[in-house]
Design a binder for this molecule. Structure first.
Ligand code: HEC
Ligand code: HEC
Length: 362
């Protein structure tokens, strides 16, 4: 029975592979720069509809994560130390890990972030896992790289509220830190080496071998029947038009509320709701966000840029409603949620060794 199913799925793969390539080309060609207003929105809706009418199991829209990190282990080890170092905040109360809990999916369970002196931010904390595979950083994509991203929390008055001068002055008092940097960086302890080490650590934070990645690599039995059904729905409904690629998201900007007014239903207004507009000041970028990665999404509730969505079920329901104009029945929601759980990968190897768990990524 199982082999029969496997064969069936394998056949699917070969028969559709050419159509897949074409479909994916079209998908990328027309959705990577999706406009957001009026007639253009209508065009996007039609594209999503067209995608949803085409063949199922378009696995080519996705690719598995690499099994091993390319990060330099020495630098990553130093970077981990810095990531967990509270001297990176003005009053020594917060480290990067205070908000990006490495044992909580690289995020935390707060609605929005809490910075020094208990200041509450406007947006939810995204995961640092696999962030290297996102085409830009932050909900509004304002940072082009991980190196650039770090300046954000360091200088934000409601996050770490400090400066490199202050940070380096504190670290320079610490002999052990100086020695560690001298061992690895020709420049020694320096703003650039601090950033480089943190980025190298972030590069080590990949979560390989999720059930879905095993499936993508050809193991048809890696997904349960429920997950397979959820995957088909994710595909045919059109979620894949936006959540795709290596990170199942993270490779394009899209507007929130294509098929309905999310913000009106939620109520209230936050400056951060303007999304990409805050960066470009272009009218068409209002309410546009970088599509988030769905990897490990089961671990990172609450959801959306505003953290206003407490459960994964509700996130799926709201996505269907506001992005695709569909009201899903409970079974569809449950199937899709099961599929999303198949996107949970292994704890990054650079963290496993610390906890003493098995240190091999298959
Ligand atoms: C006060 C909590 C807080 C602290 C401290 C903090 N972050 Fe963040 N981090 C956030 C929030 C909130 C966002 C999203 C901000 C936005 O999009 O406007 C974010 C975004 C990010 C992102 C982008 C992820 C993505 O998918 O776009 C990375 C990477 C990141 N932080 C790394 C770090 C590093 C490295 C440090 C330490 C230097 C740090 N963070 C400190 C809360 C925090
Ligand atoms: C038109 C593009 C688009 C489509 C189609 C779409 N999404 Fe999304 N998705 C987004 C954007 C943009 C966000 C971020 C929303 C925000 O920032 O508030 C998001 C957020 C999410 C989140 C929350 C992630 C997090 O970390 O907060 C989940 C879960 C999700 N989508 C699942 C789905 C599912 C399931 C479908 C299909 C039913 C779907 N999406 C269809 C663009 C899309």
């Amino acid at each position: 029975m199982k082999t029969e199913l496997k064969l069936k799925i394998r056949n699917y793969f070969s028969v559709f592979s050419i159509c897949l390539a074409t479909a994916i080309y079209i998908l990328f060609r027309f959705t990577s720069q999706v406009p957001t207003l009026g007639a253009e929105k209508e065009k996007l809706k039609q594209q999503i509809f067209a995608i949803s009418q085409s063949e199922p199991l378009r696995t080519g829209a996705f690719s598995p994560l690499p099994k091993h990190t390319s990060a330099n282990p020495e630098k990553a080890r130093l970077g981990k130390m810095l990531f967990e170092d509270k001297r990176l905040s003005k009053d020594d109360s917060l480290s990067c890990a205070s908000c990006h809990d490495l044992y909580h999916g690289g995020a935390n369970s707060l609605k929005t972030a809490v910075g020094i002196r208990g200041q509450i931010g406007e947006v939810n904390t995204p995961t640092v896992f696999n962030s290297q595979f996102n085409f830009r950083q932050f909900w509004d994509g304002r940072a082009a790289s991980l190196n650039e991203q770090i300046e954000g929390p360091i200088h934000s008055p409601i996050e770490m509220a400090t400066s490199w001068t202050e940070i380096l002055a504190k670290l320079e008092q610490d002999k052990r830190v100086i020695e560690e940097f001298d061992k690895i960086y020709p420049k020694g302890l320096h703003r650039e080496s601090v950033i480089d080490a943190i980025v190298e650590f972030e590069k080590s934070l990949i979560t390989p071998n999720s059930a879905f990645d095993q499936f993508l690599r050809g193991d048809a039995s890696a997904l349960s029947a429920r997950q397979l059904a959820g995957y088909q729905k994710f595909d045919t409904l059109g979620c894949v038009a936006c959540h795709q690629g290596r990170n199942i998201g993270g490779n394009m900007f899209q507007s929130l509320g294509i098929a309905g007014d999310y913000f009106k239903a939620r109520g209230g207004f936050l400056n951060s709701d303007l999304g990409r507009y805050n960066v470009t000041k272009r009218e068409q970028d209002k309410y546009v966000f970088r599509v988030p990665s769905l990897r490990n999404v089961e671990l990172t509730a609450p959801y959306f840029h505003d953290g206003a969505v407490p459960t994964l079920e509700e996130a799926v329901r709201k996505m269907a409603k506001y992005q695709l104009g569909r009201n899903l029945v409970a079974e569809d929601v449950e199937d899709i949620v099961e599929f999303l759980k198949a996107l949970t990968g292994q704890l990054p190897v650079s963290l496993q060794s610390v906890r003493g768990t098995a240190n091999e990524a298959q």
